[in-house]
Write a protein that binds this ligand. Sequence first.
Ligand code: DX5
Ligand code: ZN
Length: 202
Amino acid sequence: MKISGSLLSMRNDLENYINKVNECSLVDYIHLDIMDTDFVSNYSYSYEEIKTIVEKSKKPIDVHLMVKDISKYDYLLNVNNIEYITVHFEALDSFNIIDKIREYKKVGISIKPNTDIEKIYDLLVKVDLVLVMSVEPGKGGQQFIENTYERINKLKKETEKRKLNTVISVDGGINESNIKLLDQKKVDIAVIGTYLKKVLSN
Ligand code: DX5
Ligand code: ZN
């Protein structure tokens, strides 16, 4: 299982933490959580912070867009070290945006904890990654929602049935104990924020 590190809780000392993540062999990706005060109530990151992250990161970046107006972030399509751009299923008016991202990057679809996982099945053929939210999107430091395991099982069954190599990523509340279970469930990428800060501070 790969690790994608979220820096949300490290914003007050961003450059220092990016350097630490660059040196940390446990981390495979930097997870860039973008929030707009509309799709979720919080705001991250400022344009300057995004610039710092993409310029200083030595790891490939996986973008998580928790925003309504996805087109505002079109400039990310041309950033070299971004590997995945993930949009929320709940924010989509049409699926054109997925086709557009696909022309430039690997594309992901994210799903909130209370949205039926079955709703994204018909989109699986169009995306490279599914980001299963294990907390309500919008902030770090929340508790992992237990029925996420059931959602992962259902999703895995469906991708296998359709013979797809969809990357399954899980985001929110992942810590030293539940990370093992996610690995056993053959999750491909675990997104960690609070736990990563702990590891980097030791
Ligand atoms: C939540 C974000 C997560 C978050 C993860 O809305 O999408 O990526 O930063 O942080 P922890 O690991 O603290 O839940
Ligand atoms: Zn995220």
